[in-house]
Design a protein around this ligand. Structure first.
Ligand code: SF4
Length: 360
């Protein structure tokens, strides 16, 4: 599964789910958004496998994206979830900081876990490189590419002018002959980065986003390492396990069909995805200051916003408008998504190595 195919699913509500398998990580990157340590929280593997057991042939996400912390600290769990997802007809991806690349040889259970998924994402940036050398990461990636695995690099820099990004993206292109796509973004002010990074706002909507934009981040549920399900991947929302209107349940009690129904049916989420938080706030007579996320995060304390959302979604035309916005996102294509939520300068790199005809 190429990175383009993953991003193509982005406009579809419930098209994918982020599954945080652990908060633990053996690396100590200075920008870590989850503030992970080796003794951070980690919950019973059964919590996650039982959730994956609720995927059925009729109701499953198209993609399960396993994250952490470092998900490959639990290779058996990665493999177990990948098997369950595949049985139901879902595909899987895995994002890793590649701590294991420091060893001479990738341990068997980790190699097996990587082989069990449809796409492997290497997280690479100047902070990871302080912990795991680029050469070690490239050596493992090279073997995966040669074995026919779909891989990508997720790189972050301080901004588009960061010389590190220019040098890294050139090196990835040259080393892998343009076969490895990259999703490039900027360091956010969450977790350990909050101690030293100055940003202009909170959340995922801090970069290159026009004021009144529908939020398609509210389309893929994110499951925190303790099983709480949130409607978006804003790190502030994950850390706070809310606010209430962005909390979809808990995988200890709720299976995928129920979570998907809440995600696609909640009036507030439907309006956030279709019109965006700011027009809704203005319609309810509330402030739209603080950008999309800043506005959205206040909604649980604003009953008039919920009332307006219910009224709007009950209208005859809202369903058609919802579909139109989804179609516009689809037509704009994956590079437009990469521009909106990541780097303008490097957005095209998501298509490296993509041959549409080879995948259809
Ligand atoms: S606007 Fe709301 S739903 Fe969208 S990413 Fe921000 S906090 Fe999440």
């Amino acid at each position: 599964m190429h990175l383009v195919e993953i991003i193509n699913l982005r406009p579809r509500p419930g098209g994918a789910v982020f599954l945080g398998l652990t908060r633990r990580c053996p690396l100590l990157c200075r920008h870590c958004s989850t503030d992970s340590l080796m003794n951070s929280e980690q919950h019973d593997a059964g919590l996650f496998t039982r959730f994956a057991d609720t995927f059925t042939a009729d109701e499953h996400p198209e993609l399960v994206l396993m994250t952490g912390g470092e998900p490959l600290l639990r290779p058996g769990l990665v493999t177990a979830i990948a098997e369950r997802a595949r049985r139901a007809g879902a595909r899987t991806a895995l994002i890793s900081g590649m701590f294991f690349a420091r060893e001479d040889r990738v341990p068997d259970r980790i190699a097996q876990a990587i082989a069990s998924v449809d796409h492997f994402v290497a997280s690479l940036d100047i902070f990871h490189e302080e912990q795991v050398s680029r050469g070690a990461v490239f050596a493992v990636l090279g073997r995966l590419v040669e074995a026919g695995m779909d891989v990508s690099v997720q790189a972050v820099g301080l901004d588009d002018e960061d010389p590190y990004l220019e040098e890294l993206t050139r090196d990835v292109r040259e080393t892998f002959g343009g076969r490895v796509p990259m999703l490039v973004a900027h360091v956010g002010g969450a977790g350990r980065a909050a101690e030293w990074l100055t940003t202009t706002g909170g959340g995922v909507h801090t970069l290159a986003v026009p004021a009144a934009l529908p939020c398609d981040m509210a389309g893929w549920p994110t499951i925190a390492y303790d099983g709480t399900v949130l409607a978006c991947c804003n790190q502030d929302v994950i850390d706070r396990r809310g606010p209430e209107h962005l909390r979809l349940g808990h995988i200890g009690e709720d299976g995928w069909p129920e979570i998907r129904r809440r995600l696609t049916g909640a009036p507030l989420l439907r309006v956030i995805r279709t019109l965006g938080p700011q027009p809704l706030a203005q319609r309810a007579g509330e402030s739209a200051d603080g950008g999309l996320c800043g506005t959205c995060l206040r909604f649980s304390d604003q009953p008039e916003v919920s009332r307006q959302a219910s009224e709007l979604t009950a209208g005859e035309t809202f369903g058609a408008m919802e579909q139109m916005v989804e179609q516009l996102h689809v037509q704009a294509g994956p590079t437009a998504f990469a521009r909106r939520y990541g780097s303008l300068r490097y957005a095209d790199l998501i298509t490296l190595g993509y041959r549409e005809e080879a995948r259809s």
